[in-house]
Ligand binder design. Structure first.
Ligand code: FES
Length: 276
């Protein structure tokens, strides 16, 4: 059982919780995730570790209220507890990038920016030149702007509707930066699956290594159930133990989108039932 020590509402649908989890905080690295369960009958959901404080022994998670569990999680307050909180799970991102990395572009989309942020922060702290492109649908859902500015050398913000930053998609900005001669050793893309797919398509002609953080349905998070299987380079991989980061040029994104939509109807029914 872990205790919530800080709650911050980042925008109407995205919430930040900092919880006491010293053993996880001791080992956590950017790119890894936890699996939590609110109570004995609750579903298990994976959430990427947004930040960690080894001294305080805390882990920060940021999530969008999309399903019943995230809705209930968002209703919790400081002092409340979460029944199960397991991690760190998955592989850290840094080794995937390899040595001799000098400049990286981190691309975040929507709530994916909550996961992109620790990536930018840890690479920047390592002395790597970091460009960040953060994209949102509109101004009212922008999150972590100041944090990204502090964790990057160049920060670009886009909104689909042009209400803040540059009007357009993150892929437009990324292409423009590459075409302008900015040379990236790698691009890290984190956000909705279609966005990661199109970032990968953008970088492929330029041969820029591109890592994406996949978010398939997960249950055990330890490679036992097979729920999180994804196809990468024609081979089956388990996102929970082999990932969650994979080569974006090799991922079968369409299969992932299909698999992620399997329980959509059931999820809507559960939300409705809970509201009654
Ligand atoms: Fe069960 Fe990955 S979540 S194998």
């Amino acid at each position: 059982m872990v205790k919530i020590v800080r709650k911050q509402v980042l925008n109407p649908s995205v919430t930040l919780l900092e919880v006491e989890a010293p053993r996880i905080a001791k080992k956590a690295q950017a790119g890894q995730f936890i699996i939590l369960r609110l109570d004995e009958k609750g579903e298990r959901i994976p959430l990427t570790i947004g930040d960690y404080d080894r001294e305080k022994g805390t882990i920060t998670i940021m999530f969008q209220k999309v399903g019943l569990t995230t809705q209930l999680l968002g209703d919790l307050n400081e002092g409340d507890t979460i029944q199960d909180f397991v991690g760190p799970l998955g592989q850290p991102t840094r080794p995937e990038l390899g040595e001799n990395i000098k400049r990286v572009c981190v691309v975040g989309g929507g709530v994916g920016c909550a996961i992109a942020y620790p990536q930018a922060k840890s690479l920047h702290a390592e002395g790597i030149e970091v460009d960040v492109i953060a994209g949102f649908r509109s101004k009212d859902i922008v999150i972590l702007e100041e944090e990204f500015k502090a964790a990057s050398d160049h920060f670009y913000l886009t909104t689909d509707d042009g209400t803040y930053g540059e009007k357009g998609f993150v892929t437009d900005k990324l292409k423009a930066l590459i075409e302008a001669g900015n040379q990236y050793d790698a691009v890290i893309a984190i956000g909705p699956v279609p966005m990661m797919k199109f970032v990968s398509k953008t970088t492929e002609p330029y041969g820029i290594k591109t890592l994406v953080s996949l978010n398939p349905i997960m249950i055990d998070g330890t490679g036992m159930c097979g729920c999180c299987r994804v196809t990468v380079g024609g081979k089956m991989k388990f996102a929970c133990v082999d990932g969650p980061d994979f080569d974006g040029h090799q991922v079968d994104f369409d299969e992932l989108m299909n698999r992620n939509s399997v329980y959509r109807e059931r999820e809507a029914q559960e939300k409705e039932r809970h509201a009654c």
